[in-house]
Design a protein around this ligand. Structure first.
Ligand SMILES: NC(=O)c1ccc[n+]([C@@H]2O[C@H](COP(=O)([O-])OP(=O)(O)OC[C@H]3O[C@@H](n4cnc5c(N)ncnc54)[C@H](O)[C@@H]3O)[C@@H](O)[C@H]2O)c1
Length: 438
């Protein structure tokens, strides 16, 4: 049976591109997936998924017939009018977003009156305007442009795609914006003609670009805020877990993103907060609050070292075990993970570092040197003077702490995510210290 849904192209098959492609395939769309990484495309063609994202492999396998993988844009252009752009926009040395991959995509587009780029990559405000200008300068004024920022969370990306809070479409009021709304229609609330959960935010391109940056900056601010509250709890005797609960019940505040820890990482928050700060600065505005958010986050990663010093004195020759390395559970993404800063700081202080992560070890090996990677949590903590829980994978919550205490040579456990039951850890004879839990 052929689908009546519109075929689409997706350029860039990373976390966002592959989830978007698989998600639209689930809705019945044929999807042409393009990437410049030939090895990645070859693996995808063979049914291998290059990243770890729960449910993604199953969804790609289910829709193998609707998903087409290639390094060549030609077929995508032939079959699809809408080309979703999901290429990376990493930070440059100046903290601005590196738009070279986005510009490469723009340059690769042929003159056309029937195609549109739909920007999923996170880009600075003003990118849409400059891309439209480039289309004109490059002799392809008929090419349309839509901003459709992505809000998925790694670890629950499929559910986020299929059950969005909102779909933001920023456009110039032409056919392309309408076509993007139509694509998302089944995921929108009944008031928009759908059967889903999503609010529709239909706006101009610059506002759509800003929604994405402001959303990430606000969430990062919430995290740095509760981390500072936790730090004050530590010196005043309050317990941040109780405080988070108490303030989160206020529906003007809400309970989410009020869990203190050893700082946010990942491919989005650090770079997007920086990019917004730079964007404001480049436009002559000093975004003071974001400077504090960034600084608090950097210091938060390093506070673990102070806690270890407090218990162990000098770290020279001490063995410190890191449980979890990925920037959060249920992903193999190591971009800007707090574990990278922590391991490097520990090594600089003369400590020996062992580590275990259930999924991210291969990625971590590329980025960390001199770390002893273990095959399981007990191997990692063997002979350790202290253990730091870095990523709250479920398997760490159910560890037998008596077994852990038996194989460690010391007794210190720093719970960097407040994920463990302090009483259970202490009952095993370990010295428990969380973040802001007096
Ligand atoms: N990862 C997230 O959780 C998330 C969430 C929301 C938004 N975003 C944004 O989405 C964008 C993509 O993020 P990601 O995590 O999927 O990145 P990624 O690095 O996982 O994937 C990017 C892909 O684009 C490919 N690529 C680069 N240049 C290309 C080109 N010219 N043509 C075709 N393919 C090209 C790369 O080979 C890579 O496979 C970024 O702007 C990011 O900020 C990411």
């Amino acid at each position: 049976m052929t689908s009546t849904r519109e075929p689409i192209g997706v350029i860039g098959t990373g976390y966002v591109g592959l989830v978007t492609a698989a998600g639209f395939a689930e809705l019945g769309n044929e999807v042409w997936c393009i990437d410049i990484d030939a090895h990645k495309i070859q693996r995808l063609e063979q049914g291998e998924i290059p990243i770890y994202e729960p449910g993604l492999a199953e969804l790609v396998a289910k829709h193998r017939g609707r998903l087409h993988f290639s390094t060549d844009i030609t077929e995508a252009l032939e079959h699809a009018r809408l080309l979703f752009v999901a290429v990376g926009t990493p930070p440059t040395y100046s903290g601005d977003a590196d738009l070279s991959a986005v510009h490469a995509v723009v340059a690769a587009m042929p003159p056309s009156d029937r195609h549109a780029l739909v920007m999923k990559s996170t880009v600075p405000v003003g990118t849409g305007t400059s891309i439209k200008r480039s289309f004109v300068e490059q002799g392809k004024p008929g090419f349309r442009y839509v901003s459709c920022p992505e809000f998925l969370k790694e670890g629950s990306a499929i559910a986020d795609f299929l059950h969005p809070d909102r779909v933001v479409v920023g456009d110039d009021g032409d056919w392309a914006g309408e076509a993007v709304v139509e694509l998302y229609r089944p995921l929108l609330k009944p008031q928009y003609g759908g059967q889903g959960s999503g609010e529709l935010v239909r706006t101009d391109i610059a506002s759509a670009e800003m929604v994405k940056l402001a959303a990430n900056a606000f969430l990062a601010t919430k995290i740095s805020f509760i981390n500072e509250i936790a730090n004050v709890c530590e010196v005043t005797g309050a317990n941040v877990t109780e405080v988070s609960k108490g303030i989160g019940l206020d529906d003007r505040i809400g309970p989410r993103f009020l869990q203190p820890g050893i700082g946010f990482g990942g491919s989005c928050f650090p770079k997007d907060v920086n990019a917004l700060k730079q964007l404001a600065g480049n436009s002559g505005y000093h975004f003071q609050l974001l400077n504090a958010v960034i600084e608090v986050n950097e210091l938060q990663k390093r506070r673990v070292i102070g806690k270890l010093h407090k218990h162990l004195g000098s770290l020279v020759g001490k063995r410190i075990a890191l449980l979890g390395l990925a920037f959060k559970p249920n992903t193999d993404d190591m971009r800007d993970a707090s574990s990278l800063v922590l391991a490097a700081r520990l090594q600089a202080d003369g400590a020996k570092v062992s580590a275990y992560d259930p999924i991210a070890e291969d990625e971590a090996r590329e980025l960390m040197s001199g770390v002893d990677f273990a095959d399981g949590p007990l191997d990692a903590v063997r002979d350790a003077d202290a253990v730091v829980l870095v990523t709250e994978w479920d398997e760490f919550r159910t560890l037998d702490w008596r077994e852990v205490a038996d194989v460690m040579s010391g007794t210190v456990l720093i719970d960097g995510r407040n994920a463990l039951d302090p009483a259970a850890v202490r009952a095993a004879g370990l010295a428990y210290e969380g973040i802001g839990r007096s």
